[in-house]
Design a protein around this ligand. Structure first.
Ligand code: ADP
Ligand code: MG
Length: 608
């Protein structure tokens, strides 16, 4: 073992930096060249077909068979023109990884001639032999048919792997009877229901709003290890983490790695995977060293949630492939090394209107700030009511090692909002029986004018909080680095949707006795602040005191995955997800079972 390690060190030290060739000096010249994006569709589809596809993308409308044929034909010529030979339906089964099964474009006809073909029907739906994917008892093997169906809202893309190029078509994956067997189906349903609920609430303020789009910017943390050193450690290879050995004398005590200069080999790797991402329209923007030695982070600009989720999965895939070219292994495990930080995937989340307003962005206008407070407080209320579900949404064997360890938020879900907004909420709560007289400025009287448009502690934020407000978005930090963001995003958007429906109902009721709508809104919000303020915590989430304090407040602290997952099959959760049309009872039970199985198998690989 020691000899192998010395050899590996020698290899690692002598590796030259792999040169990176860019298609052009300007990113704008190759951004998105590997995606069948809006620009390509506009150029290759007839006006009528283009209109149908755009509507399908924006409003989830279905596409006629003729239009699908036209899209398939355009996709095929575009892809073949770029040297693509195969196509695949790309989907997200509950294994946690993405799946693809490649089919060649060429076919042999009855005369033995070879033709290139790709019909609309092959674009829209496929039936992969899916019996080996987990279904959690939703399908028995003899009726193991599963279908993949095109998701037009996420553009098809070309995956390059050495000399081979494949056209990948993002799809959902459902059973013969229509039950969701993947991550994308419930996510799309949740985003749809959030849009419905949030639009209703927006219309209280602005009747022009017709659609609300949830947005996500996932920050991806990871470790890099030289291939030779990686293969010298069977535990890393098999479990994705080290399970024996001693801690190094110099870990992260000096915290001198954070934002430090990036080593040349690593920089080359980053530049290389970033250019591959850019070609796929993944807007990677930020790169830096993280706190632990050999730990790094990459963050894209936020996008619509479904797209951001696909892009994050693709990013991870691209990173693995490019890492190999640079003789690195990239570790997405949540806690590969004891004694130093683990890796997370902060889910920055907000909601925006089709009129261009970020609903979690405070503004200088009091009227908009009442809307801001509405979405802000409703989110806090949803987190308070359904914190067990949020905890379940990020539960995994790997994350169990991370939560509550070095620099990771604990398993207690609390919300950090910063001292200024704490003041605003306090005032709102205390101004109990406000009477607004004629001629008085309603917003000043209600205290809404106190919302600071720029938050002072935006930069000085609490890094220890699992769910933090960071100026114009919430950041769900408890998510682990290997997780499919669809899991927390499905749950978060569903619970916020539920909360917004309730809010609308309560404001309508309150309006019966209160002539001013704004006062009715504030009355309901005030009640929410009272009911949910227990979940607000500004202090150090890593401290022992907080664990005790949280217990006193009655906040759950579920330390292990199997217990956390119970929340998915609580009566309350089953009823909620079925009523909102996100996941029915059997889909929830199926998921619960798969996640448990996943945990058990992983746990065996990851002994304490
Ligand atoms: P930090 O590491 O300080 O938290 P980063 O700049 O690394 O900040 O990441 C912030 C992330 O939040 C980026 O992906 C950014 O695009 C995203 N973000 C910004 N505004 C929004 C928004 N309205 N909705 C969702 N994500 C957002
Ligand atoms: Mg962050």
């Amino acid at each position: 073992m020691a000899i192998q390690r010395f050899k590996a060190l020698e290899y690692a030290q002598n590796r030259p930096t792999v040169a990176v060739n860019f298609p052009s000096d300007k990113v704008s010249e190759y951004y998105g060249i590997n995606t069948f994006n809006d620009r390509v569709m506009r150029a290759t589809l007839s006006a009528e077909v283009y209109k149908q596809v755009s509507q399908a993308i924006r409003q989830g409308m279905t596409i006629s068979a003729d239009a699908a044929d036209a899209v398939a034909a355009a996709m095929k010529s575009w892809a073949i023109g770029k040297g693509v030979t195969h196509y695949t339906h790309w989907f997200q089964p509950l294994t946690g990884a993405t799946a693809e099964k490649h089919d060649a474009f060429f076919d042999v006809d009855s005369k033995g001639d070879v033709i290139e073909k790709f019909k609309g029907s092959a674009l829209v739906q496929q039936e992969p032999d899916a019996s080996s994917f987990p279904s959690g008892g939703l399908r028995t093997t003899f009726e193991a048919r599963g279908y993949t169906a095109w998701d037009p809202s996420s553009p098809a893309f070309i995956m390059e792997n050495g000399n081979s190029k494949t056209l990948c078509i993002p799809t959902i994956f459902v059973s013969y009877t229509g039950e969701a067997l993947d991550y994308k189906t419930p996510l799309l349903r949740a985003l749809h229901i959030l849009d419905k609920a949030a639009t209703q609430v927006c219309q209280m303020f602005d009747r022009e709003v017709k659609q609300v789009i949830a947005t996500l910017g996932p920050e991806q943390e990871y470790f890099l290890v030289d291939k030779a050193l990686y293969y010298a450690r069977p535990d890393l290879v098999l479990a994705g983490r080290t399970v024996f050995g001693h801690e190094p004398a110099k870990g992260q005590q000096l915290e001198d790695h954070y934002f430090g200069s990036i080593p040349a080999r690593v920089r080359a790797f980053m530049a290389d995977f970033e250019q591959e991402c850019v070609k796929l329209s993944i807007p990677v923007r930020t790169r830096h060293n993280e706190v632990a030695p050999s730990q790094f982070e990459c963050a894209p600009t936020f996008e619509e949630v479904n797209l951001a989720v696909d892009h994050n999965l693709l990013l991870m895939d691209v990173m693995r492939k490019v890492a190999s070219k640079h003789h690195f292994e990239v570790l997405f495990h949540e806690k590969p090394f004891a004694g130093i930080n683990g890796s997370g995937k902060h889910n920055n989340w907000s909601m925006g209107t089709d009129t261009g307003v970020n609903l979690l962005g405070p503004s200088t206008k009091p009227k908009e700030n009442l809307q801001f407070l509405t979405f802000f407080i409703n989110t806090i209320k949803a987190v308070h009511t359904y914190s067990a579900l949020l905890r379940a949404s990020i539960a995994s064997a790997g994350n169990d090692y991370r939560l509550g360890a070095n620099e990771a938020p604990p398993a207690i879900v609390s919300v950090f909002i910063g001292s200024q907004l704490m003041e605003v909420l306090k005032e709102l709560e205390e101004n109990a029986s406000i009477k607004v007289e004629k001629g008085e400025n309603l917003y000043i009287k209600l205290g809404i004018d106190k919302v600071p448009p720029v938050l002072l502690d935006n930069t000085d934020r609490n890094r220890t909080s699992p769910f933090a407000f960071t100026g114009n978005k919430f950041e769900f930090r408890a998510a682990g680095s290997s997780l499919n963001c669809a899991s927390p995003m499905t749950i978060l958007n569903t619970i916020v949707a539920e909360q917004l429906f309730k809010f609308k109902e309560e404001v309508d009721k309150e309006s019966e006795s209160e002539s001013k709508k704004e006062v009715a809104i504030v009355n309901v919000l005030r009640r929410y602040v009272k009911e949910a303020k227990n979940v607000l915590f500004e202090g150090d989430n890593y401290s022992e005191d907080w664990v005790k304090e949280a217990e006193r407040r009655g906040l759950p602290n579920v330390k292990s995955t199997p217990l956390a997952l119970d929340a998915l099959i609580s009566e309350e959760a089953l009823e909620l997800f079925e009523r909102l049309g996100v996941l029915n009872h059997s889909e929830m039970h199926g998921r619960h079972e798969i996640l448990l199985e996943h945990f058990i198998k992983n746990y065996r690989l990851n002994p304490e």
